[in-house]
Design a protein around this ligand. Structure first.
Ligand SMILES: *Cc1c(COP(=O)(O)O)cnc(C)c1O
Length: 356
């Protein structure tokens, strides 16, 4: 049976990415060797990382003066690398979910942290607005898409201080004005590649303004100087990332991807809003994520949630169980998920509603 993969991460990758990765595991770039057993210093792998960096720059229209890095350690490593490299005295953070909370915790190890606003008391069901970022902050950090709670900031805020964003779960789902940011990071396993590589886009000029010694591996300048080859980079995830980036380019780039993502999300939210059995968890429609759609059953049907997961599973629908801190359901509609899968989910919802 065809599977419809709604997992939040690791998550669906395009067939193009999976097939080309599988092929390269058997025979990489005509070398007669697996991509798993070739030196990262070989000319064949150098060509992979060079093209991947160039495609990130092209797809996101990264201006001059920025470096693109492929690092290990996951997005969570960036929670400490960012303040290690950028926090001299004080940083401002917006608390919109678990990942933001984790980032705040790490930043506190390095200086003062001003949490400018938080929606924690409302279980992160909305994006706070009307907050002020102190002008003496070294930077302002926010999470563009809150993977667990299904809220998203699909815009690049105007800010007088350096802007830093965790774009792990919505990078490549819209054009981004990179020039507004000093640093963007994104773990690969939501919209790009297998887990193991994190993309960092950093304004070179933002670095070198803190006095503390920085361990070599945690200093962005190490990786800029060595083109992400200071040590062995995550070779296989980078290879897969290149496949996905090529695929995104073939599809017409991030503006085209955004159109497809908007259409998928609109269709699913419409189905949720027009149903008597399901309801969305995000209160303000403007805050709703187009990547992770969170919904629950209305109180009178709530005891049927488990039954619906099994019902959907019989139709090949996988990964819709909501995160334990929200409950209910979460359908992740990443770039590689086809509209067909959204249609199958909506059909299942309607059929289940008819059944009860
Ligand atoms: C998944 C996720 C993370 C954590 O990524 P790891 O690579 O597991 O460290 C951080 N931020 C956001 C927004 C995420 O979705």
């Amino acid at each position: 049976m065809k599977k419809h993969n709604f997992y939040a991460g690791p998550s669906i990758l395009s067939e193009y990415t999976i097939k080309n990765t599988a092929d390269a595991i058997l025979n990489f770039a005509g070398t007669g060797l697996s991509v798993l057993e070739v030196s990262h210093r070989s000319k064949e792998f150098q060509a992979v990382i060079d093209e991947a960096m160039a495609l990130v720059k092209e797809l996101l229209d990264v201006p001059e003066g920025y470096s693109v890095l492929f690092l290990g350690g996951g997005a969570s490593m960036q929670f400490c690398m960012v303040p290690f490299n950028l926090l001299a005295k004080k940083a401002a953070y917006l608390e919109t979910g678990t990942w933001a909370t984790n980032a705040i915790k790490e930043a506190r190890l390095f200086g003062d942290v001003d949490v400018v606003a938080s929606s924690k008391d409302a279980n992160f069901t909305f994006i706070p607005k009307g907050y002020t970022v102190p002008e003496d902050a070294d930077y302002f950090h926010f999470t563009t898409n809150n993977t667990i709670y299904g809220t998203e900031m699909r815009y690049d805020p105007d800010c007088k201080v350096r802007l830093v964003a965790d774009m792990s779960s919505d990078i490549f789902s819209r054009p981004v004005d990179v020039s507004k940011y000093d640093l963007i990071y994104a773990g690969a396993q939501k919209n790009l590649a297998p887990a193991g590589v994190t993309i960092v886009i950093v304004r070179d000029e933002a670095l070198g303004h803190v006095d503390r010694p920085i361990p070599t591996m945690l200093d962005y300048r190490t990786h800029i100087k060595k083109g992400s080859m200071f040590n062995t980079p995550p070779v296989l995830p980078i290879f897969s990332a290149l496949q996905t980036l090529r695929y995104y380019k073939q599809l017409g780039g991030v503006a085209e991807l955004e159109k497809m993502d908007l259409a998928k999300a609109a269709k699913l939210y419409d189905a949720i809003d027009s149903s008597r059995m399901f309801e969305g968890t995000v209160t303000d429609p403007a805050d709703r994520s187009i990547m992770n759609v969170c919904f629950v059953m209305t109180p009178e049907y709530r005891e049927l949630e488990k039954e619906f997961i099994d019902f959907a599973g019989e139709r090949g629908i996988v990964g819709i169980k909501g995160h334990r801190s929200v409950g209910g359901f979460r359908a992740s509609l990443y770039n590689a998920l086809p509209m067909e899968s959204v249609n199958v989910l909506i059909e299942a919802m309607k059929d289940f509603e008819r059944k009860h």
